[in-house]
Design a protein around this ligand. Structure first.
Ligand code: PLP
Length: 406
């Protein structure tokens, strides 16, 4: 049954608060999403009823906590359609997932003179780990250029390949512009030259169906907090045979098979990459978030968000001097824009005075801002709980802000 927008909004307690005397209009979903009651309840349930460390205990609480914790792994497996549950590694989020690959697979496989390809629209978390690796290994970081619309130029991508290309790491959906990248084609082309592919799915995982087997990517990274889940928990998916060949990331408890003073052998997947006490409560609550998304359905989410995007694009373009940054043909519900003569931050503050939350700045994509020769943008990003009325409030708020600032 398709839920009404009112039903969906009723599931998110925070949407009913006021900010500076106005009903909250939350349009910063690309930064983080709000949490439905089911997620908040799951977290409370864990700390109220089953709090215990996982995997090692034999008492009831430990067994219950472990079962709930591992149940999330099964739900993630279904959510991304991985072939095996042990291909799902829990991390702190997308950033840690990418760093895990850079510090383990990267250190093991990238040699002097090798090449890594990223795109010009990457989030800093898919730039800096590779810069660090390339510096350490004396390897080369190459960048796929983009068009003015914010789309990857595939012909230029083809030209970047060389026998030294070892890894292609690209964002599935741009957080700053909403562009959906042709990752299937990127993966196929990269595999054809023997390169591995990492997909940064921080933004795509909420809006698009994710099927890592169909994509055939080698690694996929995402964060729970962008999926109605808690902060501090995320996923690295990796193909089993690749993960098995990789050295561990962190050393410590939980990731060992046998530890003696002369030598340690490592645990099997996924625990080899999950040293120390994990983020148990948030992992358990993450399951509730994924189930919540499944209960609405990605198709319904996308349909509603696309309507919001269409409406917002039309409304915002009626504002004098407003220019949208990122006009790809294929995009999700993110609108970045600049307005002649006004500073994004000033607009952000004035909107906040009306209870409207948007993001301003470089969106952790400074090289992209450099490409457009701007310091930053204003960004409204929509979720399934946003409404047409909220977009009207944004438009009205922007018009008032412009009047005050110009
Ligand atoms: N990649 C993209 C495209 C993002 O939008 C983000 C977060 O905004 C990240 C990576 C980093 O995610 P996290 O901060 O959850 O590790």
């Amino acid at each position: 049954m398709i839920q009404s927008i009112d039903d969906i909004r009723a599931d998110f307690p925070i949407l009913h608060r006021k900010v500076k005397g106005h009903p909250l209009v939350y349009l910063d979903n690309a930064a983080t999403t709000q949490k439905p009651k089911a997620v908040i309840d799951a977290l409370t349930y864990y700390y109220t009823n089953t709090n215990a460390n996982v995997h090692r205990g034999i008492h009831s609480l430990a067994e219950e906590a472990t079962a709930d914790f591992e149940a999330t792994r099964d739900t993630v497996k279904e959510f991304i359609n991985s072939a095996h549950r042990e291909e799902v590694i829990f991390t702190r989020g997308t950033t840690e997932s990418i760093n895990l690959v850079a510090y383990t697979w990267g250190r093991q496989n990238i040699k002097e003179g090798d090449e890594i390809i990223i795109s010009a629209m990457e989030h800093h978390s898919n730039i800096v780990p590779w810069q660090i690796l390339c510096e350490e290994k004396n390897a080369l970081l190459k960048v796929i250029p983009i068009t003015e619309h914010g789309e990857i130029i595939m012909e230029e991508f083809d030209k970047l390949f060389s026998p030294k290309t070892k890894l292609v790491s690209v964002v599935h959906v741009s957080n700053a512009m909403g562009t959906i990248n042709p990752v299937e084609e990127i993966i196929n082309k990269s595999h054809a030259v023997g390169a591995k592919v990492l997909i940064d799915g921080a933004q795509s995982s909420m809006h698009l169906d994710i099927n890592v087997q169909k994509l055939n990517c080698d690694f996929f990274a995402c964060s729970a907090h962008k999926l109605f889940g808690p902060t501090g928990i995320g996923v690295l998916y990796g193909k089993k045979e690749i993960l098995e060949s990789m050295p561990p990331f962190h050393g410590g408890g939980e990731m060992i098979k046998d530890c003696t003073l002369p030598k340690t052998t490592y645990a099997d997947l996924p625990y080899k990459f999950e040293a120390g006490t994990p983020n148990i409560g948030d992992t358990i609550a993450f399951k509730a978030a994924l189930e919540y998304i499944q209960s609405i359905g990605k198709a319904h989410i996308r349909k509603h968000e696309d309507e919001l995007l269409r409406y917002a694009t039309e409304k915002l373009l009626q504002i004098n001097g407003l220019k949208i940054i990122g006009t790809a043909r294929n995009k999700i519900s993110v609108i970045s824009f600049v307005i002649n003569g006004v500073h994004p931050q000033d607009v952000g503050i004035l909107l906040d005075n009306k209870g409207i939350a948007i993001r301003t700045g470089h969106h952790c994509a400074q090289p992209l801002m450099d490409f457009y020769e701007i310091p930053g943008t204003m960004r409204a990003s929509f979720a399934v709980y946003n409404t047409i009325e909220e977009i009207d409030k944004l438009t009205e708020g922007l018009q008032k802000a412009i009047k005050l600032l110009l």
